[in-house]
Design a protein around this ligand. Structure first.
Ligand code: PEP
Ligand code: MG
Length: 608
């Protein structure tokens, strides 16, 4: 029926021109395809004589659109007009916001040894022996079939995207997820997926998108790992400089757990996802001709000057060592400081907690110096299938074991967050619809099971539970008594558990006196609060509310002045260096930020 409608309705079209210097590359293409997929109408793009379906990342990518190219976007069928408008807006925004990756300028060097020139990926200096990339295949036991492995891999990529949304490299995971989703939907077996990946990679060979071939290999390895076939890289246990043709983006994380001093890649570009992740990880690296280097020879990798120094003279080594020692001392200083409490210049301790989504981000938060968890976004714990009570209890317990001070938010689904196993009827305005705590009116069994699991995992720990999107006092009191009844039913003592709310809905600002009489604490969610104060959807492609507007600070001041209960802040504003002094002056004493922002947030606080 939909096909019929699409075939016989009038097509709508618009001409779009690529204006970003990077072209229409994988990350923006993935966002575009993801939006196109949300419409049931046909959405195609025509460039020169080729027409492709834009709902599939790899077909859209195959147009190889570069700066200055104009293509025709055509929509046909149900909501064709809306699709055209929204995709056009998104395309313009993607073009405008696509940051150009510039070549890092090289400093002049005066080395006496022989030099191999390269291009800088990520700045730094290393002196170590070189080690050629080598792998071994390891077989694990796995109970998953191909489809399960595929879903598990997509789920992991979605979580990686969701928890790093605030960072520059998050788009890589969305792009890989979209690639896997389109190739996976065409494949019924691992062999077929491998075949498709081979075909698609072949098309990119020698093209401007050549370096994206490693993304294809990366997603394949992710699926294979879940099927029990893992390719492991072997690393020496002394410091080394890794030599490699190219690395897969997914391998960078493993590298961080080794004694890697630097990386030299032969065939990548400074724009590749591997390069972006090497920069994000701060690993000193170059693109250079590795064939000239031999296993175990000691070299200087100077990724400020963009050179590898072979057979360095004693002068070269002395200079490089001095440079390296300075960098190591600087790094050690900020690393140890991240575990120290953040005291303002007046000696006031401001607690810096983390916003986490699962066990892995909780562990990262610990390593980054978080003093607790200010927001556990529980909706990201189980994204593909509904978990059993036991699975939930185990996941919560693992996280509760890491920190003493933990605030868990009950499921916050609806609006921009969906879970495949929770059905919410389609709404015209989902951000104003069944979201957060409102979901439990229609799905009380979900809340019951979640609370039961949290109570069992908490045992005697004094954890905090908060409800999202609360807009009236009654909503809170009803949900809290529901929780008490769950505890009673299962005979669990929850006298040590405190209950609070997220402040995300402006109505709460006018009800603080009444809320104060019933809640134990508040956590301000500035992401949603700002959205609702300005009536601008937080995911809108064109409109953007000013996160640093005096209106937002005035709302926070209203809260801190009127309430006698503890208030923390867990929206993105807490990690914004321009906001921190103001937030402290308004009396905020606990901030919860993304794990990667902890050290920097503490440093900012120390300057206030
Ligand atoms: C917020 O709204 O500020 C918040 C922290 O919650 P989320 O971003 O998960 O909606
Ligand atoms: Mg929110």
């Amino acid at each position: 029926m939909a096909l019929f409608k699409n075939l016989f309705s009038k097509p709508l079209s618009v001409q779009l021109t690529v204006t970003s210097n990077n072209g229409f590359h994988l990350r923006p293409v993935a966002q575009f395809a993801s939006l196109a997929k949300s419409f049931s109408c046909q959405v195609t793009a025509t460039f020169k004589d080729t027409t492709v379906d834009t709902k599939s990342v790899n077909t859209l990518l195959s147009l190889s659109l570069e700066k200055g190219d104009t293509f025709t976007l055509v929509t046909r069928g149900k909501k064709a007009n809306e699709a055209l408008q929204k995709l056009q807006l998104l395309f313009w925004t993607l073009m405008q916001s696509d940051k150009e990756i510039r070549q890092i300028e090289k400093t002049v060097h005066r080395y006496e040894g022989s030099i191999v020139e390269g291009e800088i990926i990520s700045e730094g200096i290393a002196i170590a022996s070189v080690y050629n990339y080598s792998t071994k295949e390891v077989q694990h036991k796995s109970d998953m079939d191909f489809k399960e492995a595929l879903h598990k891999s997509m789920d992991e990529l979605e979580t990686l995207y969701a928890i790093q949304k605030e960072e520059d490299n998050a788009g890589i995971y969305l792009a890989q997820r979209e690639l896997l989703s389109s190739l996976g939907s065409e494949s019924q077996s691992l062999a077929r997926l491998e075949e498709r990946i081979k075909e698609e990679s072949k098309k990119l060979l020698g093209s401007k998108l050549d370096s994206k071939r490693s993304d294809y290999q990366d997603i394949l390895q992710r699926v294979k790992k879940h099927l029990g076939l893992e390719i492991q890289i072997t690393f020496p246990d002394t410091p080394f400089i890794l030599l490699c043709r190219d690395l897969l983006p997914g391998e960078i994380d493993n590298l961080l757990r080794t004694k890697v001093a630097g990386v030299i890649l032969k065939e990548t570009s400074i724009h590749s996802h591997t390069a972006i992740l090497l920069r994000a990880a701060g690993i000193c690296s170059l693109v250079a001709d590795t064939t000239k280097l031999t296993q175990n020879e000691t070299v200087i990798l100077d990724a400020h000057s963009g050179v590898v120094v072979r057979t360095p003279s004693s002068n070269d080594t002395e200079k490089a060592t001095e440079h390296l020692e300075q960098a190591v001392a600087q790094k050690a200083l900020s690393a140890t400081k991240r575990f120290k409490p953040a005291l303002t210049t007046h000696g006031k301790h401001i607690k810096v907690f983390a916003n986490v989504a699962d066990i892995s981000s909780a562990k990262t938060a610990k390593d980054e110096g978080a003093e607790g968890i200010g927001l556990l976004r529980s909706e990201f714990l189980f994204k593909a299938v509904k978990p059993s009570l036991e699975k939930q209890q185990k996941a919560y317990k693992e996280i509760f074991d890491i920190f003493n001070d933990i605030t868990v938010r009950t499921l916050d689904v609806g609006g921009d967050k969906a879970l495949p196993y929770i059905q919410i009827p389609t709404e015209e305005n989902p951000f104003l619809g069944v979201r957060g705590v409102r979901l439990f009116r229609t799905h009380p069994e979900l809340l019951e099971e979640q609370l039961h699991a949290i109570f069992l995992a908490a045992q005697n720990r004094p954890i905090k539970i908060m409800f999202p999107m609360v807009s009236t006092v009654e909503e809170f009191t009803k949900t809290k008594s529901f929780a008490q009844n769950v505890a009673k039913k299962h005979q669990i003592d929850i006298s040590h558990i405190r209950f609070g709310i997220m402040i995300e809905v402006p109505s709460v600002l006018f009800l603080l006196e009444a809320f104060d009489a019933v809640v134990d604490f508040y956590s301000i969610g500035t992401n949603d609060l700002t959205q609702y104060l300005f009536a601008i959807e937080r995911t809108h492609p064109l409109l953007k509310a000013d996160a640093l507007s005096p209106v937002v600070f005035s709302a926070i001041e209203t809260i801190t002045k009127q309430t006698t209960k503890p208030v923390s802040i867990c929206g993105e504003l807490a990690g914004n260096r321009d906001a921190i002094p103001k937030l402290l002056s308004l009396g905020i004493e606990t901030m919860s930020v993304s794990p990667k922002s902890i050290a920097q947030t503490k440093e900012e606080i120390r300057n206030v």
